[in-house]
Write a protein that binds this ligand. Sequence first.
Ligand code: TTP
Ligand code: MG
Length: 387
Amino acid sequence: MKQLVMHVDMDSFFASVEQLDHEEYRGKPLIIGGLAGRGVVSTCSYEARKFGVHSAMPMGRAQQLCPQGIFIEGNYPRYAEVSKQIFAIFDRYSPVIEPLSIDEAFLDLTGMGKIMGTPLHYAKKLKAEIREKTGIVASVGIAPNKFLAKLASDLEKPDGLVIITDDKIRQVLDPLPVGRIWGVGRRMNEQLANLGIRTIGDLYRADPHHLCQQVGENMARHLHQLAAGIDHRVVAPRERAKSIGKEMTFTEDLQCSEDAERVLLDLSCKVGWRLRKAGEKARTIQLKLRLSSGFKTFTRSRTLPEATCYDEQIYHTVLDLFHELQLFRGIRLLGVSTAGFDDGRELSLFQDEAKKDNLYAAIDKIRAKFGEGGITKAQLLCKDKQK
Ligand code: TTP
Ligand code: MG
């Protein structure tokens, strides 16, 4: 059956939530991101984009471009809450949803003609419902495949609604720069520019032989297919990760338990953060340790009575496992991972846990500002950090 895919993406998501919650931000250039040190812009309102501000730009640069802007750090738990409401709405519009990030997803509309009526009507209904129930504006793209649907949702942002039908594919794709194709970054852009290929139309009509020579056979085939508007990937509901972890290999072996403990603390904090970002709590904590002699690898795990996403619980568990192993010298690799995710995670917010969640929300805000290595437990600060 011929595919029909819808891609939905919220407009300036974090900034829109803030403008919804704070009347004084509405209609103003609002910039969200890390305010201290080398912070970067997470996103900004469309009012700020007129000044050239965009995601991932250093905050200092944004301040230069838009000195009259309102600069705030943002409130990730609140964005996650709105995201949840939006995904609950998606659920009623298609049985097959593939989340891509906190504010966007593919919805498979294949074979839904009778239920949905026309795609245009369906998209308008979804946009209206999101706006009504959450106050957020979404842009929607509908097309015969994922590549074109994602492209379509971006074409008329903000408040966009673009439907690409088969007969419109060339008209839409031909003038777009090749950088609009997934996976075409700066380097690939340069390689294609060497062949005089700047637009998707150029790519579509490029000599296959020259293209192969420049980027290799597989990549050439892939690029040509997308330029032709062909994409066979299906909308695949994202499976929940089965485990979340992090490991570190050392250029110089660790020779004492103190050093190893510091690394384990660092790893535990990072894993805790990843769990919280994924909205997961895990019951099983695993330690992995590799010795340099013979590359012998040991794993030890423990299942906790209650699932956790808290740094200190993860750390204390791996620390116990580490001491049980009794291997303190010649350590080449250490890893911490978690599994056994808790299905009742949304119901488990008892008083104490709610407090702890708030504390971690504050810690994570700092982490979001500086990246994974940004917040460091006091014990880590006492000594040089192992990287
Ligand atoms: P996007 O959908 O890429 O951006 P956006 O929703 O802010 O704006 P647009 O209208 O162009 O879709 O990302 C969704 C959210 O993810 C965004 O509001 C903030 C966050 N984000 C970052 O924190 N850092 C980034 O570099 C990007 C791109 C997004
Ligand atoms: Mg968005």
